[in-house]
Design a protein around this ligand. Structure first.
Ligand SMILES: Cc1ncc(COP(=O)(O)O)c(C=O)c1O
Length: 393
């Protein structure tokens, strides 16, 4: 689908639709009157094919206990193989309502209190919380930041793993918020380090379909699946197709011992082994019929990002915009214009924007803001206008 057609079909107003992003502003930011560019869902209507399938179910009018159809698994398996060269077997797939839920579960399944878990910061803040709220020890290894382009500091990463006897690494691939799509060589080095130190990798690949530059490589397939038994892959159609509210995510485990523990935990402790029928129907429809829509989204994201980048480079040349290889979350370092402790005052107080602040993602994110660009071009233009005008004052 081209960008114009996408805009015509999928642009939509979300205020007063019970959305966290728009209707939850007061709760999160203390005021309603903000242009919302924070939490990661899209201001776009989902593929019409998904709506049709859900409509059919609603019109039938019965919402009793539902079977999970083989075609749901087939759709996901085919998608992973065709889009990512990832061969997933049905028996390796488990359900979780969300990727974050799965991370919390796995922290409990694979470690005990006070065990160490490492993350690469700045990174999605629920990674921090999953460790801290479960009374595990959070070990932080900052990514190296070269003028907005982030990469791993492998020496620091391994030193901290060894010093703290780390049990799990939670990897974000593609990386929210710095927008990197990790290269094969980077993933291989990470896996080698984890392997020699007996560290299990939880690979959060929820953004894997939203790649604008480069190619996403599933962690588990590196070197012909050499490391797959020490990797647990988490993914979902929720970011790709804007279905987060449908609560349907995939956990992929090939290690039998881990699978046994996972099954025991989900069937006895949390007692959640499957989800709401709407989530299954939406996921299957999206994976089998959502491709044109996804093309349209990607073109729209690229257009929005290019506009943002060109505007900032022209008007505020000292702002550093990280290259957006993947995700729809632009990461901008504003510290040459705004001190970190003034960021909220200016961005929310003066520009009236709701964004994610860099320090939410760890100290390494200080001075930065994260802007969700999965919205209309008009909103992007308006947001840039407000920032440029305020800083130029
Ligand atoms: C890296 C990453 N993981 C997980 C999530 C949330 O996943 P879920 O809603 O499935 O818990 C997000 C949402 O922004 C994310 O960016």
């Amino acid at each position: 689908m081209n960008q114009k057609e996408f805009e015509e079909k999928c642009s939509i107003e979300r205020i007063n639709t019970n959305s966290v992003k728009w209707d939850g502003l007061k709760k999160k930011f203390g005021e309603d009157n903000l242009l919302s560019m924070w939490v990661a869902d899209m201001d776009f209507k989902v593929p019409q094919e998904v709506i049709n399938v859900l409509n059919k179910k609603i019109e039938h009018g019965v919402f009793g206990y539902a079977e999970i159809k083989d075609s749901y698994y087939d759709a996901f398996i085919k998608w992973e193989e065709e889009k990512h060269n990832y061969r997933v077997k049905k028996e390796s797939i488990r359900y979780s309502p969300g990727v974050v839920s799965a991370i919390y579960w796995l922290v409990n399944i694979l470690t005990k209190e006070n065990d160490s878990i490492i993350i690469s910061t700045p990174v999605y803040y629920p990674f921090h919380n999953a460790v801290k709220e479960n009374n595990r020890k959070l070990i932080i290894s900052d990514l190296k930041n070269n003028n907005g382009y982030y990469s791993f500091d492998f020496i620091d990463f391994e030193r901290k793993i060894v010093e703290n006897n780390v049990k799990i690494y939670i990897l974000c691939s593609p990386h929210n918020p710095v927008g990197r799509v990790w290269k094969e060589s980077e993933l291989r080095t990470i896996l080698e380090i984890c392997k020699r130190n007996n560290v299990i990798v939880i690979s959060d690949e929820i953004h894997h379909d939203l790649v604008l530059e480069g190619k996403h490589i599933p962690t588990a397939i590196i070197d012909n699946y050499k490391y797959e038994d020490m990797v647990i892959t988490l993914t979902a159609p929720s970011k790709t197709f804007n279905l987060a509210g449908c609560k349907n995510s995939f956990v992929i485990i090939t290690n039998n011992e881990i699978m046994e523990k996972f099954d025991k935990y989900t069937s006895t402790v949390v007692r959640v082994t499957n989800g709401n029928e709407f989530g299954y129907l939406a996921a299957e429809a999206a994976y089998t019929q959502g491709d044109r829509w996804l093309n349209g989204v990607k073109k729209t994201l690229k257009q929005n990002f290019d506009y943002m980048k060109e505007t900032l480079e022209r008007e505020l040349p000292l702002a550093k915009i990280s290259p957006l290889e993947g995700t729809y979350l632009a990461w901008i370092n504003m510290e040459n214009y705004i001190q970190n402790d003034e960021l909220e005052n200016i961005i929310q107080g003066k520009c009236k924007l709701a964004v994610d602040y860099g320090h939410w993602f760890g100290d390494a994110g200080q001075g930065c803001i994260r802007i969700n660009i999965a919205t209309s071009k008009d909103n992007i233009i308006e947001a840039m206008d407000r920032i440029v005008k305020e800083i130029k004052k």
